[in-house]
Design a protein around this ligand. Structure first.
Ligand code: GAP
Length: 457
């Protein structure tokens, strides 16, 4: 086995990623003109395309490629009893300390032990308050009065929407155990520490799948889902030496979990959680049975109508965190010339073509002599099959660089030869190689390239 990386050694920094994300329209600070809103971010034209493609790829992996997994889109606002049953009202807390001098707020589990023991601020040396528990759920009110009767929470995870619908889905879709329910959606947490760009935010999106299994088969399914989720990142072309497993120790395990592994990624700021795979036992369904009074047992009609509360294996990935990971993973700086100026280097996002916001950029060599019209015409043909962009402004080299920085895997250039023999130049982002392709074969050629794409080491 290769030795595990200890430190990030690539060209990215969080500052570079944040700046590129803004420059190219991936991610903007929320409400920036008012000074920004902490813990919230807006996804620009490229960001929403990237996010949609990651979501579509995950959805396909989970539902289209698994006969026994179906989808759901549950409401963000749920009956408040849900969160009592799930344990979130009681247990979903972070330990919090404040510095009495500089007023900085810390998560007690994120500051050095000696500071906690001496009650000294790691920033200014001032005195820290006692540790207190802080519930991460956002509360609001439904209806016209702000009293306890109307108290409602913004969901802190999408999972509970699945559990409360599990019986509906068994009945409507005749699901038989083992089966899964997948969901992508917003979740909200009143996070105390939100640094590192979009890594930990108050509003974010999750891609969760809950797999319902017979008790006693849970360990086997847990291991199976660990394998499947690892393979998912491999297929996306992620640098596999930047991924590792982290098993939760007894002090980390969530109140519902029997076993839990995180897939961690080596971000520029170090190893951090990307996704969790949890054996949630029958905790959630047992609690919802208790709190709702509804019988949530599964009736095994193929097995003498045996009744049991299923165990749940959960795979829980952050969509917005995956987006950050994929930008960091794709980020590269490459020396492409030796002229001694800024143009010697290019910044390139080596996204897998299935998630790249733009798949093909159409670039006419010149605007004149009908080349722009011809390029638009070819682009219109490609639009049916691919996300395209069009750029006729500036020198061709500059335009290639702009597309490299946005992660566009293919550029097509239309020139005078196109008018003569109907061929175009297809330029590959990663190798910068250029080949001539007959216009009539272009769509199929790009489709094949996407299918056989392998990221260069
Ligand atoms: N249903 C289980 C659950 O929510 P979690 O470990 O708390 O488990 C799962 O969250 C994933 O959601 C994390 O691995 C991470 O990718 C993402 N996530 C959690 N909190 C987040 C936050 N504040 N901002 C962005 N992503 C977050």
């Amino acid at each position: 086995m290769a030795e595990e990386l200890t430190e990030y050694a690539g060209p990215a920094t969080m500052e570079k990623i944040t700046s590129l994300a803004k420059r190219r329209g991936f991610v903007f600070q929320s409400s920036e003109i008012y000074g920004g809103q902490n813990g919230a971010w807006d996804y620009g034209p490229m960001g929403i395309e990237l996010k949609n493609r990651i979501a579509a790829n995950w959805w396909k992996t989970m539902t289209q490629l698994h006969d026994e997994i179906v989808g759901l889109d549950a409401a963000i606002l749920m009956h408040p009893r849900t969160w009592e049953a799930s344990g979130h009202v009681e247990n979903f807390t972070d330990p919090l300390v404040d510095c009495k001098k500089c007023k900085t707020r810390f998560r007690a589990d994120m500051i050095p032990d000696e500071n906690l023991a001496n009650k000294t601020c790691p920033e200014c040396g001032g005195e820290l308050t006692d540790t207190r528990k802080f519930n991460l759920m956002f509360r609001t009110h439904i209806g016209p009065t702000e009293d306890n009767a109307g108290l409602i929470y913004l969901r802190p995870e999408t999972a509970q929407g699945i559990y409360v619908n599990y019986k509906n889905i068994i009945q409507s879709n005749r699901m038989k155990i083992p089966f899964g329910i997948a969901q992508i959606g917003k979740a909200f947490r009143n996070e105390i520490v939100t640094k590192n760009f979009i890594f930990r935010t108050c509003e974010f999106e999750q891609m969760e799948m809950q797999y319902f299994v017979k008790p006693g088969t849970d360990v086997e399914w847990f291991n199976e889902w660990k394998k499947r989720r690892w393979a998912y990142y491999e297929k996306l072309g992620v640098k596999m030496d930047h991924l590792r497993w982290h098993q939760h120790g007894p002090d980390e395990l969530a109140h519902y979990a029997k076993d839990a592994y995180d897939i961690q990624y080596l971000f520029p700021m170090g190893w951090r959680e990307l996704e969790g795979i949890h054996n949630r036992t029958n905790y959630d369904l047992t609690r919802h049975t208790e709190f709702s009074g509804k019988d949530l047992q599964y009736i095994d009609q193929d097995n003498n109508n045996d009744r049991y509360i299923p165990f749940i294996i959960e795979t829980s990935a952050g969509l917005t965190r995956t987006l950050l990971m994929l930008i960091c993973d794709a980020y590269d700086e490459e020396k492409v010339a030796d002229k001694g100026d800024a143009d010697d280097w290019r910044t390139v996002l080596r996204f897998h073509p299935v998630i790249a916001p733009v798949t093909v950029a159409m670039l006419p060599l010149m605007k004149k002599d009908g080349l722009a019209e011809l390029a638009q015409d070819i682009r219109n043909e490609l639009k049916e099959d691919f996300a395209t962009d069009y750029d006729q402004a500036g020198a061709i080299g500059r335009r290639y660089r702009r597309q490299d920085e946005a992660g566009t895997p293919f550029c097509v250039t239309v020139d005078y030869q196109t008018k003569e023999d109907g061929t175009v130049t297809l330029r590959y982002r990663d190798s910068m190689e250029q080949i001539r392709v007959p216009r009539a074969e272009l769509t199929e050629k790009i489709r094949q390239e996407i299918k056989s794409y392998k990221r260069k080491a």
